[in-house]
Ligand binder design. Structure first.
Ligand SMILES: *Cc1c(COP(=O)(O)O)cnc(C)c1O
Length: 424
């Protein structure tokens, strides 16, 4: 399989080059030159296979030139090493629980797959790579965990002091080994600016090989398509699937799975107040506005980068896009209301992101599958504001809270950050 920019211009390159290159220079995103079709025999076998076996089969054509079959099976075995159950939350409304991985969020799969691919490609050269990650809480942990213990890679995480939940902070700051956490006196935007400045700095570039493990990397995008085989694995076909969306990586990987032959009826593009895609689906006009801070903050994206992949998947045909995607969005107060009602009615706790998808599915279809993208315990302050009672951290996460936080505190000061990087 070859890859090319979503602009359709530039060279066709192999998987390895697309993963290492991260982004084409022309402002597009890497995309396969054709969408492989799954064979009917394989689709019939899916219910009898383990998820890591499904993943190896589903992804093999994309990586065929650069990762041999045995290595790919090893990689998917290590990436898909936790359960992804389908749980009926309410009559006919099923949650695809993507949050049983190491950091209790769906990004664990993409981040780990990317780390495994880079480790596989890295074995032949000796220069260390430093991965820089700015996080508002949810994403950084998945990337750091994916790279934990990977030879030849150091990870530096920047997060805004006091602006992530206690559990998220422990996930970022207790890993040790090749992972370092910087606690920045500032906002998430400040953290992002520091990272951008580091990439632009010539002295750092001369000394260090920096990488961003960016969420739009093709190796983070492709393996997410495997989630959409799970309903079929559980004997459920042709479902409406509701997806809490920010950068639209998850939703577009679902469209990829559908185009490869997984039977899916329709998707719900469920957003928070940053509703640029739902508005596009209603009006045919793509009109990004300022980013709004919400309680579902992993979805606070006003101009999603994967919109380009969405257009490419549908050949830029608005009619086809609008036929396959239902628009839906919720404001903060409605998210809290949904968390509270679902707990009252079903005894099931939703995190703020999954709550949007749950409500979208109830409103627009009344049956089907919604994606549970994070465990509620990562967002306890919001959960406790939504419910009248106080909720405790579940037992499986208590050990993490006891671990000792290790950070390097810093002001929002590029000179300090630069010196830190050069001293590593
Ligand atoms: C990143 C994230 C999302 C949004 O996923 P995209 O692929 O960016 O659309 C939703 N929920 C949670 C918990 C996330 O971390």
């Amino acid at each position: 399989m070859k890859f090319i920019s979503t602009t359709g211009k530039g060279p066709e390159i192999n998987f390895r080059e697309a993963v290492i290159g991260n982004l084409p220079e022309d402002g597009g995103l890497y995309f396969p030159t054709r969408i492989p079709k799954l064979n009917k025999g394989f689709l019939k076998e899916v219910p009898g296979l383990e998820l890591h076996e499904i993943a190896a089969r589903a992804l093999s054509e994309f990586c065929d030139r650069d990762i041999d079959k045995n290595s790919l099976e090893g990689i998917t075995n290590r990436v898909f090493d936790f359960p992804i159950p389908l749980v009926e939350v309410e009559n006919g409304i099923h949650c695809l629980e993507l949050f049983h991985g190491p950091t209790y969020a769906f990004k664990d799969v993409g981040a780990k797959f990317l780390a495994e691919c880079l480790a596989h490609f890295n074995t032949s050269d000796n220069q260390k790579t430093t991965v820089l990650v700015a996080t508002s809480g949810d994403t950084g942990g998945a990337v750091a965990n994916g790279f934990l213990g990977v030879d030849g890679v150091d990870v530096v995480i920047l997060y805004p002091k006091g602006k992530v939940s206690e559990l998220q902070e422990k996930q970022l700051t207790t890993l040790g080994q090749n992972i370092k956490a910087l606690e920045v006196e500032g906002t998430f935007d400040d953290c992002q600016r520091l990272v951008k400045s580091a990439f632009a700095d010539k002295e750092i570039a001369a000394e260090k090989r920096l990488s961003s493990a960016n969420s739009i990397n093709i190796a983070r995008w492709l393996p997410q398509s495997v989630y959409y085989y799970v309903p079929l694995q559980n004997g459920m076909q042709d479902q409406v699937i509701s997806i809490p969306s920010g950068n639209y990586g998850n939703l577009t990987s679902g469209v990829l799975a559908m185009n490869m032959g997984i039977p899916i009826r329709k998707f719900i593009a469920a957003s928070n107040a940053n509703d640029v895609v739902p508005r596009y689906l209603r009006t045919a006009s793509y009109d990004p506005s300022e980013t709004i801070a919400t309680i579902a903050n992993a979805m606070d994206v006003s101009d999603p980068s994967n919109f380009k992949r969405l257009l490419t998947l549908f050949g830029s045909d608005f009619k086809k896009i609008a036929e396959s995607l239902f628009p839906f969005s919720l404001e903060d107060s409605e998210i809290k209301d949904t968390i509270s009602k679902c707990f009252e009615n079903n005894g099931y706790l939703l995190d703020p992101h999954s709550a949007i998808a749950f409500q979208g599915l109830k409103k627009l279809s009344n049956q089907g599958v919604f994606l549970g993208t994070a465990h509620y315990c990562k967002f306890l302050p919001t959960i406790n504001e939504s419910l009248s009672s106080d909720t405790d951290v579940p037992d499986f996460a208590k050990g993490l809270l006891k671990k000792e936080k290790k950070t390097i505190r810093m002001d929002n000061d590029f000179a300090f950050f630069k010196e830190f990087l050069l001293s590593q």
